[in-house]
Design a protein around this ligand. Structure first.
Ligand SMILES: [Zn+2]
Length: 260
């Protein structure tokens, strides 16, 4: 038995969903209409590591209707310190498969697509077409630059997060809108050697950054509150120093100025 609640866009929530999302629906900024809108959204999450773990759980628990997971990695022991999607029993298995399993245990009603391959620039299939939002939870500049370009080409908003040592960063790029700064405007001259991919990472930091990316994702999708659009939040968890830096468009940027 399913009672249909109609929204302005005629998307419907079932009785079970009204119960499941009760605490969201009680928020005036979300309400039944917002929750039904989330059910109609498709988000692509790239990277299922330390940031991707809380992201995967919160996107699923929040009721995003369709989520596509992209990661080509296999789970190993060194992941378990911060990648809370995975357990000892999962070592040796593909991250996308375990992530899908855990997310569906939490919320069986959502659609989860998995792509267990490395993102490449000349992929024959454009699985970004028609998506509502891209989340970058990867850990290297090369992939980040490629995701930025894909986001611009497909005019889809991008939420980037990064976590190294005790320091985190979160920013929303509105690549779906004209005249907005992109990832390349921020980091054009940073090389891979500056990325410290082999540095230590404080476990709880990835939880903070990933959770904030999930929060920004839902706020962008539902147009809620003040967001980190073209504003870089830097987090120093060691000293509890949180700052926001406004990002301006680089008029010389070779990536976002050629796609007019
Ligand atoms: Zn740019």
């Amino acid at each position: 038995m399913r009672t249909k609640i109609k929204t302005k866009k005629n998307i419907q929530l079932t009785d079970e969903e009204l119960l499941r999302f009760n605490k969201h629906i009680l928020l005036n900024d979300i309400d039944i209409e917002g929750q039904a809108l989330l059910k109609d959204k498709h988000v692509i999450l790239i990277g299922l590591g330390g940031l991707g773990s809380p992201l995967a759980y919160y996107l699923a628990s929040s009721g995003i209707g369709q989520i596509t997971l992209v990661d080509d990695d296999i789970i190993d022991m060194t992941n378990l310190q911060r990648q809370i999607l995975y357990s000892v029993d999962d070592i040796g298995k593909r991250k996308v498969d375990i992530a899908k399993l855990k997310m569906h245990k939490l919320n069986p009603e959502i659609i989860i697509n998995v792509i267990s391959e490395r993102l490449i620039s000349n992929s024959e299939i454009n699985y970004f077409y028609g998506t509502d939002l891209i989340i970058d939870a990867t850990d290297n500049f090369e992939t980040r630059s490629l995701i930025n370009k894909i986001s611009i080409d497909n005019k889809v908003p991008l939420i980037m997060g990064a976590a190294i040592k005790f320091s985190g960063q979160i920013i929303v790029f509105r690549n779906d809108l004209p005249d907005q700064p992109c990832y390349n405007c921020l980091y054009e001259n940073v090389s891979e050697s500056d990325a410290c991919v082999d540095s230590g990472v404080f476990a709880a930091l990835t939880g903070v950054v990933g959770s904030m990316q999930a929060s920004e994702c839902i706020k962008v999708l539902l147009d809620i509150g003040e967001r980190l659009e073209s504003r870089l939040l830097t987090i120093d968890l060691k000293n509890n120093d949180f700052r926001i830096i406004k990002l301006n468009k680089d008029k010389q940027c070779k990536v976002c100025n050629v796609n007019k």
